[in-house]
Design a protein around this ligand. Structure first.
Ligand code: FES
Length: 636
């Protein structure tokens, strides 16, 4: 078969493939990351690439504008090579680690766990005692003699007991085999690696000052890893990257379907392990740390992500009665997982509550401290979907809203994640409809991220470009409002000013998708509160979690009816609480115990089966709501 050389720019990566190979497939083989939220089904239109040279055969053109087709754009997932091809991947279609680093990881650098561990929390919340998942102890073993016939192993156990009080210590055969040589070759100076009440391994000499751990948030979209000194509790650095599984779909359902056979499961497992291992490599290279110095990992993430991480089939999560294989995982030996740390280290996963309320939410409740408060609080995690928890120190209830990924750019024509060039703030002049915006890193715009989408919706409503049902007012005399073959749209950025050389628009269908999403989140909050006999106004504190949550404008979110219209002081941003909870559990066994209590105490309520949900949801498909009495502060 004829071979074609495919070169991808700007990465300048090339690969030889058989003629007729799909461009998206070739990109994956070449290690080039093209955004492909629908998993290559040709329905999301996000995998646009431009053919610079060569010929491809392309089938799916319906999602491209005439302008795009004229400029050589094709969908990577719907095109195959016919000759050698050179391909440009526009920033809006690429997935790169650097883009996340500039945005989301910075927040993590600023977030401190040390104050909570060492100095207590300023709000008087629980202070976790520093008892890391894995410890290292330098041991000076007394030499054996004719008067002391204690075995080598007992000698080691005895010293550990003296230093820690640990009794009934056990170890594995491979460690016992190490002992005679390591003791005698190192003048009876060794370091014991201890976790879960066991001697995990012995190292020569004194390595106790080199003991590091990783807290990992395994997100559907983004994976974030913090490197932490287990001796001091200090966060040394944080790295983030897109989850490479995203090549096979943006949402958990697509990935569950992909992993229903062994081949698919192996592939998704391998991709998440590769994503994590690359981040570990970046962290250890940046700080002159050896892989073996990392002895412990804690992971939080949704139920599907952690199943895939451990290569456990998530198939049953999407089938009635929606049961995961496991909610609370036992501690795992690192060498069983594929995560590249010290093979004798331990990996702990925070516990899930249910199939659609995972360890990321348990972690969020732990991080927020709402589980120990007298006041009734709500946690809203706005990620690829929205999860809600309400409760206090005595009880916790939770639900998952089917919000969809619109606020992460999914299903929105110009929607992109928070990356360089994403429009994050928008203002529209109600007199002449001029649009002012700013972008992340202040470069030319390439699309609109979640906070920009909320701004856009609010500003279009305020300028009466859309009515409260979200319909674009076509009678407005502005060339920004135009009719296309796919319906009405509003031009946010003209192509002359755009980083994509194409107009950046918000379509009528984008507006509908955003209204569906915001309606689902608001409805879940109200219905869940109603289930336990609360009015939303009775909630004393609302924690906003999730990477996107950091950039949320509360005022504008209330104006479109995404968030309840309550006193603004009651809102509190807690950032990536999934990661924060994982950090706590890495550094404190008490935190892990509390996470287990939280998960077992939380009652999951399935909203899709609730009759009041549809009734409430219908009212929420309005800006802000059909019942304006619920949004007294919103003046239109
Ligand atoms: S249209 Fe190509 S990945 Fe969705």
């Amino acid at each position: 078969m004829t071979a074609n050389k495919i070169i991808f720019y700007p990465d300048n990566k090339e690969i030889n493939v058989d003629q007729g190979t799909g461009i998206l497939e070739a990109a994956i083989m070449a290690g080039v990351h093209i955004n492909s939220p629908c998993g290559g089904k040709g329905v999301c239109g996000k995998c646009k690439v431009r053919i610079k040279q060569g010929r491809v055969e392309t089938k799916t053109v319906g999602l491209l504008t005439k302008d795009e087709i004229d400029n050589g754009f094709v969908l990577a997932c719907g095109s195959i090579s016919l000759t050698d091809v050179e391909i440009d991947i526009p920033t809006s279609s690429s997935i790169s680690r650097e883009q996340i680093l500039t945005q989301e990881a910075k927040v993590e650098h600023m977030e401190g766990i040390i104050s909570r561990l060492d100095a207590g929390d300023s709000e008087g919340k629980e202070v976790f005692i520093h008892t890391p998942l894995v410890r290292k102890l330098h041991l000076t073993i007394p030499l054996p003699s004719l008067d002391d016939h204690t075995s080598d192993l007992e000698r080691v156990y005895r010293e550990i007991n003296k230093l820690t009080g640990l009794e009934d210590i056990s170890t594995k055969l491979s460690t016992i085999r190490l002992i005679p040589e390591i003791l005698r070759d190192n003048n009876w100076q060794v370091t014991a690696i201890i976790g879960d009440g066991k001697l995990l391994s012995l190292e020569a000499g004194n390595t106790s000052h080199r003991n590091f751990g990783l807290a990992i948030d395994v997100g559907t979209t983004t994976v974030v890893v913090s490197l932490i000194d287990l001796n001091t509790g200090m966060i040394i650095d944080t790295e983030a990257s897109y989850n490479r599984q995203a090549h096979y779909g943006a949402d958990v359902i697509t990935r569950i379907i992909f992993s229903r056979n062994k081949q698919g499961l192996d592939k998704l497992h391998q991709l998440i392990i590769e994503t994590i291992n690359d981040l570990i490599l970046a962290l250890i290279n940046g700080h002159q740390i050896q892989q073996n110095d990392i002895t412990a990992v804690t992971c939080a993430g949704n139920t599907t992500m952690l199943h895939l991480l451990l290569s456990i089939t998530p198939s049953h999560i999407r089938l009635e009665p929606y049961i995961p294989v496991v909610n609370g995982m036992p501690l795992i030996n690192a060498d069983e997982t594929g995560i590249k740390i010290n093979p004798h280290g331990l990996v702990a996963c925070l516990p899930h509550v249910a199939s659609f309320v995972g360890a990321d939410i348990t972690s969020g409740v732990l991080a927020s401290g709402m589980y120990q408060s007298d006041e009734v609080s709500m946690l809203i995690d706005i990620g690829t979907n929205g999860e809600i928890v309400i409760g206090n120190k005595d009880w916790l209830v939770c639900c998952a809203s089917s919000a969809g990924p619109a606020f992460e750019g999914g299903g929105i024509k110009a929607g992109i994640r928070a990356m360089e060039g994403a429009i994050q703030r928008v203002e529209i002049d109600p007199m002449d409809y001029t649009v002012r915006y700013n972008t992340i890193s202040e470069v030319k715009p390439i699309g609109v991220c979640g906070s920009g989408l909320i701004d856009t919706l609010t500003e279009m409503l305020r300028a009466r470009i859309i009515d409260q049902s979200g319909n674009i007012n076509e009678s407005i005399p502005s060339k920004r409002i135009r009719e296309t073959e796919n319906g009405l749209e509003f031009v946010l950025v003209w192509k002359e000013d755009s980083g994509t050389l194409l107009d950046i628009v918000i379509t009528q269908s984008d507006i509908s998708n955003l209204i569906f999403s915001k309606g689902a989140i608001y409805t879940a909050c109200v219905v869940l509160a109603g289930k336990i006999g609360f009015d939303i106004n009775d909630i004393e504190r609302i924690y906003i979690a999730g990477g996107f949550g950091n950039y949320l404008n509360i005022e504008k979110s209330i104006m479109i009816g995404l968030l309840p219209d309550i006193d603004r002081d009651r809102y509190k941003f807690i950032g990536n609480s999934s990661l924060t909870g994982a950090r706590f559990c890495l550094l404190s066994d008490k935190a892990m115990k509390i996470a287990e209590e939280i998960a077992s105490k939380m009652t999951y309520i399935e909203l899709s089966a609730d009759v009041s949900y549809m009734y409430e949801y219908t009212g929420a498909l309005f800006l802000p709501h059909t019942d304006m009495g619920r949004f007294p502060s919103v003046q239109l």
